[in-house]
Design a protein around this ligand. Structure first.
Ligand code: ATP
Ligand code: MG
Length: 213
């Protein structure tokens, strides 16, 4: 049985919003712990989880039906009043460019709302190759999350984005949870436990819907 939960409506006028994008296939405690740490660190009003329809770098790969990924994201975030889920990228379909998402969010919330896009520090090195990268960095903030002991070459990023990098690209050390969706899918496929890697409600959903077998 599929639980039908409507995605939360977008809020009216918060001022600082964190954006956690991903395929969330499935969402796991690494995503959630990181989002919560960033929220506190940057005093964000809330975190918006936005499951991606089909990110350009995952074209051709097998991605679980968006209905399931959306439901799991809703279930995982329900117990945190600062977390919300938006299906805007799923509704848009096709390629999900962060620029389109940020433009849409600015339209919804007004341009005085500051947007903080949260990403793993490893992705920071690729940011210069993103669609309209400079426009994107001028428009919103990026928070690169690093684990303790992991070094990121920030000078190349600063060189490419110039002054905007200092103002709009931030780094933060978050509790490093060695969890990935790939690993979770692999564990399920080989009959191993995923307890304490995903919220209980997500584990139950995966078992009930027989995902990743
Ligand atoms: P996959 O293994 O399928 O690539 P994933 O675990 O990397 O999945 P994504 O949905 O691709 O999850 O990631 C969404 C965002 O969350 C990305 O910015 C990614 O860097 C970040 N992220 C993924 N896993 C972790 C983790 N364990 N801790 C902190 N951030 C993470
Ligand atoms: Mg990934």
């Amino acid at each position: 049985m599929t639980i039908s939960l409507a995605p939360s409506p977008l809020p009216l006028a918060p001022t600082k919003i964190g954006i956690m994008g991903g395929t969330f296939d499935p969402i796991h405690l690494g995503h959630l712990a990181t989002a919560e740490a960033v929220r506190e660190n940057f005093s964000l009003d809330e975190i918006l989880f936005i499951p991606a329809a089909r990110p350009p770098h995952k074209l051709g790969k097998n991605i679980t039906d968006e209905i399931h990924r959306l439901e799991m994201t809703i279930l995982a975030t329900q117990s945190n009043k600062f977390f919300r889920v938006s299906d805007m990228e799923l509704k848009r379909k096709g390629l999900s460019y962060t620029l389109d998402t940020m433009n849409e969010l600015h339209k919804t919330f007004g341009h005085s709302t500051e947007l903080f896009f949260i990403m793993g520090a490893d992705s920071l090195a690729d940011l210069s190759k993103w669609h309209a990268a400079k426009e994107l960095v001028a428009k919103c903030h990026f928070i690169a999350t690093t684990r303790q002991g992991v070094d990121v070459n920030f000078s190349a990023v600063e060189k490419f984005f110039g002054a905007a990098a200092k103002e709009h690209i931030h780094r933060v050390t978050t509790p490093g949870l060695e969890i990935s969706s790939t690993d979770i899918r692999e564990k399920i496929r080989s009959g191993r436990s995923i307890k304490y890697l995903v919220p209980e409600a997500v584990e139950e959903y995966i078992l009930r819907e027989e995902l990743y077998l």
